[in-house]
Design a protein around this ligand. Structure first.
Ligand code: HEM
Length: 726
């Protein structure tokens, strides 16, 4: 599976090379230039349904039971062009589902089943996704039948569930609601320029953040062992890191691997280099989206080559059993090689070598097999304890796999209200970041007015209110729809203690807001702290605009609720911590994995902002004096705390000349004539004058004619951020 087993066919690309005539973007010529493309992807013009299409509405009309029946029928309707192993596509579909969800990584919330990204390169052509082009094509008749009411992303997950149920497993539930993407996500999948290479560990062996997999082009780890070395204990270490990055603990990890490998088989009938054509991304047009064309033997069935490993784990690969665990724990295993040359393991007891029926040839029997990664569950002491407990308690094992599978396949769907359909479990799980509906505000328009007045009378300043409202909402990340202002989790651990939120200031502001809340809630209606925090931001911005001569109302929609500490998984929420927030000019060098300006674009992407929205927010927040700890960097105005476009006017003013400061990461602005120091700034401030595309937008907000536009656009973008999670 490492370079030695899946070798690249001649002529295949996928190697980070540009060809003649290809457009070379500015990052090709100037690799350090800030890349704004993440703020321009998934344009609605790519979506054939158009901007007004609601997938949730379309899905609500779907007869889910009927769809499931159709998938179930398809599982055992073997097609000549890709015959089913053991007469059942179930295991194949489970692998497809697992690979679609398994790209999810907690550190930035990217990857996951949402969007149906497996349809697009690079994932479509990843070596680990070999043959899954066929799995999705087998599902096309179902997709064609239900059209826009069933997204590919939902169908891919549902197919895995139906497969499990078909083979005797009781699943925990299914939720629809994943809308499809129409282009590949711009995700950093690793530093390597070759598939299956691995160059992502630092000197201490730590996997580069925010990656989840150990190799380019693999979902998780190398099945043959770390860098192809058959070392089960070393493999366990890799698995633990990789599965933790997917939000899975040891118990969930054992349940998933054991449960998954209860079904199906591996495919390595011949040496890939002798038989396989290019992956879909590099294959000829006549292959119509397929890849890995196999010219050996039949090219499928008993001649199939996928991973290069060969064989089934159990004696009954299309039934839910505990055979995987009993085989793993009760047999002794010895190293061998698959016909393709990959390292794998078979029982030392040769009498077991004809206990597994062949997937295609009647009357033929094979040995059960294990990968080095499977043996990790036996040789790592912690995994082993869990595996033994599961084997002794089959119902506990079943439930653990059912729940871990449900979490795996639904982890990137955001809050419970996004979970649609009749098969959504009643229980809301902790990883869904629950908020009690009972705590939702019931305030009306008059209450909004009077509450805003009380907030402004409380003595809290504009910057304090703006920073806390921003901190509350900016924890949101679009990639997995977690975080945001709803729930007021900025008042709870761990968010209240994140350095970026300036814990002392946040505590002070929240105390004042809580007093207003308890006074108000003595009356007939109720306001949540989450709503008050957002309302505080709105009141502050209205005041700041008024002080600058603009009479505006910041739109506000009540209805947020408050979460409790018990409803908040601290370690899971810690994954949302902002190690950089250019909007508050905050940067923690040690914890950030990119430069301040790259982290700004990354955060803007997670807040679903466009380039103009990011730009106007930076200018507005600087004018509002909303920097972390009140730092003056980028506050290019003599009226801080008022909402004006001075930031842009002064940034582009030729009377200032900028030089690097003696403090790393800072810049000083001097009067060009007198040499007096006027301003200080960070790279996040100066990038809006230096990057040509950002400067073009900054100019618009510096026009004499766009003062009102600046205020209006700022309020619009601010309101969008406050409501991202709703
Ligand atoms: C198949 C590796 C985790 C479900 C395979 C294959 C490999 C592999 C090498 C053979 C592919 C082929 O040649 O067709 C791994 C590794 C894992 C892992 C290294 C993690 C350490 C999982 C998980 C699940 C799963 C978590 C599901 C919960 C399956 C299934 C198949 C399979 C059902 C059989 C597919 C078929 O019959 O066509 N896995 N796997 N695997 N895997 Fe995994």
């Amino acid at each position: 599976f490492a370079d030695n087993t899946i070798s690249k066919p001649q002529g295949a690309t996928g190697s980070g090379m540009a060809k003649d005539g290809a457009i070379r973007n500015n990052q090709f010529w100037w690799p350090n230039q800030l890349d704004l493309s993440p703020l321009r992807d998934h344009d609605t013009r790519s979506n054939p349904y158009g901007a007004n299409f609601s997938y949730a509405d379309a899905f609500s009309k779907l007869n889910l039971a009927k769809v499931k029946q159709d998938i179930d029928t398809l599982l055992t309707a073997s097609q000549d062009w890709w015959p089913a192993d053991f007469g059942n596509y179930g295991p194949f579909f489970i692998r497809m589902t697992w690979h679609s969800a398994g790209t999810y990584r907690t550190l930035d919330g990217r990857g996951g089943a949402g969007g149906g990204q497996q349809r697009f390169d690079p994932l479509n052509s990843w070596p680990d996704n070999a043959s899954l082009d066929k799995a999705r094509r087998l599902l096309w008749p179902v997709k064609q039948k239900y059209g826009e009411a069933l997204s590919w992303s939902d169908l891919i997950v549902l197919a895995g569930n139906v497969a499990l149920e078909n083979m005797g497993f009781q699943t925990y539930g299914f939720a629809g609601g994943r809308a499809d993407d129409w282009e590949p996500d711009l995700v950093y999948w690793g530093p390597e320029i070759e598939m299956l290479a691995s160059d992502r560990e630092n000197v201490d062996g730590e996997l580069q953040r925010p990656l989840g997999a150990t190799h380019m082009g693999l979902i998780y780890v190398n099945p043959e062992g770390p860098r192809g070395v058959p070392d089960p204990v070393g493999s366990a270490k890799n698995i633990r890191v990789a599965f933790e990055r997917m939000a899975m603990n040891d118990e969930e990890t054992v349940a998933l691997i054991a449960g998954g490998h209860t079904f199906g088989k591996m495919h390595g009938a011949h040496k890939p280099a002798d038989c396989l054509g290019a992956e879909p991304g590099a294959a000829g047009i006549e292959e119509q989206g397929f890849g890995w064309q196999n010219r050996c033997g039949k090219g499928h069935s008993e001649d199939t080559i996928t991973s290069g490993l060969e064989g089934a784990w159990t004696q009954a690969p299309t039934r839910w059993t505990t055979l995987y665990l009993s085989n793993l724990l009760n047999f002794e295993w010895q190293q061998t090689r698959s016909p393709a040359g990959a390292i794998q393991w078979v029982p030392t007891d040769e009498s077991l070598h004809s206990s597994v029926p062949d997937a295609h040839i009647k009357g033929k029997f094979n040995p059960p097999v294990m990968t080095t990664a499977d043996l990790a569950l036996k040789f790592d002491p912690e995994y082993r304890k869990i595996a033994e407990r599961f084997l002794a308690n089959p119902e506990e094992y079943r439930l653990a796999f059912a729940k871990a599978w449900y979490k795996l396949t639904h982890r990137d769907m955001g809050p419970p209200r996004n979970f649609l359909g009749k098969e959504v479990p009643k229980e809301v799980l902790l990883w869904q970041d629950p908020i009690d509906a009972k705590t939702q505000s019931t305030i009306n328009t008059n209450d909004v007015k009077s509450l805003k007045a009380s907030i402004l009378k409380s003595g809290l300043t504009v910057p304090e209110l703006v920073r806390v409202a921003w901190g509350s909402a900016a924890s949101y990340r679009n990639a997995d729809m977690r975080g945001g202002a709803d729930g007021a989790r900025i008042a709870l651990a761990p968010q209240k203690d994140w350095p970026v939120n300036n814990p002392a200031e946040t505590a002070k502001v929240l105390q004042a807001l809580t007093t207003i809340q308890s006074d108000f809630n003595k009356g007939r209606r109720m306001v949540s702290l989450a709503d008050l925090i957002v309302l505080g931001g709105a009141a502050a911005i209205e005041k700041a605009a008024k002080d600058a001569g603009y009479n505006i109302t910041v739109p506000f929609k009540p209805g947020r609720g408050d979460a409790t500490q018990q409803q908040t998984d601290i370690s899971s929420f810690n994954q949302l911590e902002l190690t950089a927030d250019g909007f508050r000019n905050y940067f923690d060098q040690a914890a950030s994995y990119k430069s301040p300006t790259e982290m700004l674009v990354d955060k803007a992407d997670q807040l679903d902002l466009s380039v103009p929205e990011m730009t106007v927010l930076i200018g507005g927040l600087r004018a509002l004096d909303a920097n972390y700890q009140g730092a003056k960097h980028g506050v290019f105005t003599d009226k801080p705390g008022t909402l004006n476009n001075d930031y842009f006017v002064n940034l582009l003013d030729m009377s200032t000349v900028w030089r690097k400061s003696t403090t790393d990461g800072l810049y000083d602005g001097f009067d060009r004539k007198t040499g007096t120091k006027k301003w200080t700034a960070t790279s996040v401030d100066l990038i809006f004058g230096s990057n040509s595309e950002l400067r073009a937008v900054a100019e618009v907000y510096a026009f004499d004619t766009s003062k009102q536009k600046f205020v209006d656009d700022f309020v619009k973008a601010w309101t969008k951020v406050m409501n991202l999670d709703r």
